[in-house]
Every structure is written in C-alpha cells, then in structure tokens.
Design a protein around this ligand. Sequence first.
Ligand code: CAA
Length: 294
Amino acid sequence: MTSRAIGRILFSNIQNKATLAKLIQNVRLYSVPAENFEFIKVSKTGANNNVGIIQLNRPKALNALCNGLMTEVSKALDHLEADKSVGAIIITGSEKAFAAGADIKEMKDNKYSDCISGNFLEHWSRVAQTYKPVIAAVNGYALGGGCELAMMCDIIYAGDSAKFGQPEILIGTIPGAGGTQRLTRSVGKSKAMEIVLTGCQVPAVEAEKMGLVSKVFPADKLLDETVKLAEKIASNSQLTNAMAKEAVNVAYETTLREGLRFEKRMFHGTFGTKDQKEGMAAFAEKRKPNFTNE
Ligand code: CAA
C-alpha cells in the first residue's frame, strides 16, 4: 500500500483537528531515519521539528556499545549535522540503561597489537567532535563507555534512577574513551580517583552534586525535559551556538590566557555574522530575533 493510500485511510478516520495534529507530530517523530539502523533509532522532534534524537536501542545487552552501535551513532551524527533544520541533538537510551559500557564480550579477546593497529575506540571520538550541541539524557546505567559517551556530550541531564561509574578496574582494564580525563576535569581528582579505582556506581543526585550532571528529573519526565532544553538551545543561531560551544571546549585544552584570547577572537568573530546583527537589532526593536544561521 502506498503512503498516500495509508494517508487517505488515516485521514478518513480522524475525528477532529486535535487528533490530526497529534498524528502529524508522531509521524514527524518517526519519519526521519537516515537509514535502517540495527542498534539505534533516529528521529526528530520538538514543536519546530528541530531536535534530533539518537536512541541507543540494544536492550538485551543494556545498550552495550559494540562496534556496530558506535558506527551507527557516528553515521546518525553525520546525518543530523547535515540536516540544516536540526539545531540540537539528544543522545538517550532506555529507562534501564543509557549504556552499560563498551561491549565486553566483543572486546575480551582483543590483542594489544590489534588495539594499536586499529586504534581501538578512536572512532568514538566522533561524538565529541560534533559542532551542534549534544545533550545526553541518561536513565539507568551509564557505566564505563556509557559514562564516557555521556561525558562526550555537552550537557548531561539525568533521571533520578541513573547510575554513573567507571567499573573497568573490576574487569582488569581502565577507562579508554575519556573516563580518566573528562571525569577528572569534571569532578576533580579525588572523586575521579575514587570512581576509577573502586568502580563504584554514583547515583544521579550525587552526580549532580559533583557537577557531572546539570539537572536530575523523575525518570519518566527526563526526555520531555531534555527536549525542552534542546528546543531552547535550537532556537538560537546555530552559528553562534557552535562558536560558544567551541569556546567552552577550549577551556579544557589550554591555559587561561590562551583560552581568553580564543574567546575574545570568537566574540569578535560573531560581529561578522548576520545573526549578531539580527539578534541585537531585534533586542533594540523589542521583537524576537529571526536567525538564519549566517
Ligand atoms: N558488554 C557486553 N554485555 C553486557 C554489558 C557490557 N558492558 N553489560 C551488560 N551486558 C549484558 C549481559 O552480559 C547480559 O547479557 P546476557 O543476558 O546475554 O547474559 C545483559 O546485558 C544483562 O546484563 P546483566 O544480566 O548483567 O544485568 P544486571 O541488571 O544483573 O546488571 C550491570 C547490570 C550492573 C550493568 C551489569 O550488566 C554490568 O556490570 N555490566 C558491565 C558494566 C561494565 O563493566 N562496563 C564497563 C565495560 S568496559 C568499558 O566500557 C571500556 C571503556 O572505557 C570504553
């Protein structure tokens, strides 16, 4: 049956406009997969359909991050970055697990020489290289590579049942996708050492107190709240978002003096954009800005 025929049948059954509006919203939500993914679902949502969602979807393995899954995440990010209508991206999992780490069964027989020659896990860094803002919405376990994946995102929102940790030490290895570096920068040396050296699980509320997580919500409200945040961010100029994100990220990689110099140049650079002219004109004229990402 063609999609037009399905549409005619659906349309004839629709009783009122509210039902139609809801249906259209749901169709939008599931109508944007870049291709047929095996381990993730990709969709767009929000009132302006400008928020991309990547949902990790390997429930039987608690979203363990096998090679195939992370390759799909990279492809989905390529797709959502190329889609000019998308202003912010959410990565989420299920209620039970954001992700329980790299796939232990897949990597257990890896040889050192394979790790070196294939630069094992290097392709995961695609997530941190995304120029559009990325928000992790974490429910359930975010362990090992799962915690590292969340930390590659720009902001972490968590459900109240979320648990963060770097348990690699318990299986004879160490974090290999940023856990020793991003966690330390995020929560400081003593707490990072405790988490990395004990493999303990940190509940969401404690993770928020440490500064690892920005906000905690009841688990069933998490995605809605994260979409609200993503919509707010997506309503800015995409260009200015990218400049702001890059400037904050430089703070992790350089001295204060160099970081301040970089920030100043970025700030100066915004004056070369149409969106700065539009944003400031809109303020002066007491109206909402209409950003064009130029
Ligand atoms: N890799 C592969 N499979 C995993 C997995 C992982 N990281 N985590 C869970 N699974 C699988 C289990 O093997 C199990 O599969 P089967 O049903 O086929 O046996 C299924 O998911 C459900 O898991 P459990 O039965 O263990 O569920 P649970 O509720 O009893 O426990 C858990 C949940 C505490 C998260 C436990 O699964 C666990 O400890 N997982 C491993 C966590 C871990 O060590 N993560 C770090 C991985 S190393 C890493 O990530 C390196 C890096 O830095 C990139």
